[in-house]
Design a protein around this ligand. Sequence first.
Ligand code: UGA
Length: 391
Amino acid sequence: MRPKFSVPADGRRSSRPGRAVVQANLTRPPTAQQPRIAILGAGGFIGSHLVPALALRPGARIVAVDVDFDKLPPGLPEVERIQASIRDPGILDAITARADLVISLTALCNPALYNTRPLEVIDAAYTDLVPLVKLCAERKRRLIHLSTCEVYGRRALGADGRPSRRMDEDRTALCLGPVHRERWTYAAAKQLLERVIWAYGRHGGLAFTVVRPFNVIGPRMDFIPGVDGQGIPRVLAAFMHALLTGGDLVLVDGGRQRRSFLYVDEFVNALLRIIDRPDPCQGQIINLGNDKNDVSIRALAGKMVSAFRAQRPGASAPRLRTRTAAAFYGAGYEDSVVRIPSMAKAARLLDWRPHISLTQMLPPIVADYLARYESRVAGNPRARATAPGLP
Ligand code: UGA
């Protein structure tokens, strides 16, 4: 069995009863140059891009925490990998003891889970992270927390409840559906954690920045069903699965819903700016998205088919097929109709504006999926048999 997390050389143990936890390297003083950064959920999609970017920085000191690191490139001597769940007793205690800055990326952020495993979704987005917020406040650690654009809910609403075009961090009302629409469990849990972070910031001295990502896409996102995961991944991986297996691309409710897609490299660039600008970003909630890449899901499907066919001209023409949301996701699903970020705050605080269009980003993303999965899908009848959400 793989070790749960690394044990430091001095081997000291926590004095708290029931916590067989090692307080790792507490004696190492933080330096003024580079903060010691702990990244929770470092082995996921975002972490697999953020950690290598941070590791390039001179003097980088990174503690990467996750249950597995399959997506993280090997090497990276600046990165200490701690294989653990944030639910493991004492792990948050040990991590916040030694980090100057904690970046929290952990969540079950896949809409197919919100109405099928809502209790796990709520725990991952809220319950498991409240102790982290408290520890960061007590120990005066800076917290950069990744929340979600889902907190805005169905559509952008102004303070007067009327529809508005963009989702603004400090003005837009948060519009979730009724409780029996379990789609919103994730958004509600994420929103409540934002409010806890805010309250600790305002009343408990917590230094924080909350980030709301808007449909960040890129290589290593999610999984391909039947190959390295089961179920329905987010739309990019769901469409890639169909393209790789010669199946149909499913348009939920006809694909009229819209999303604004941001390339992961530009997202990571913005995160680095947040890390480097603690003062202007202190106590702020910041959207990170690309309003110029607002498209319908049907249009996304068309663009992905084009990018795929440019690289595999001999492949049979993929078909688009409509399914109802109830048939695809089950009861309790409900969709965001349109999601366009206000970009003003990110531009002002970070001097950041993304430029990469969908037409530019899709070819390298498709190429990456082909390189990683094509041979694994070809020799794997389970991948072909597993058409997510299709009867
Ligand atoms: C999800 C998460 O809930 C957000 O927290 C997260 O910020 C966001 O992804 C993200 O990637 O940033 P959502 O955009 O609804 O939100 O996730 P997707 O599963 O990628 O779905 C996008 C749209 O495509 C939805 O309207 C969905 O119904 C549709 N879809 C999905 C299809 O039409 N076909 C599919 O095969 C899969």
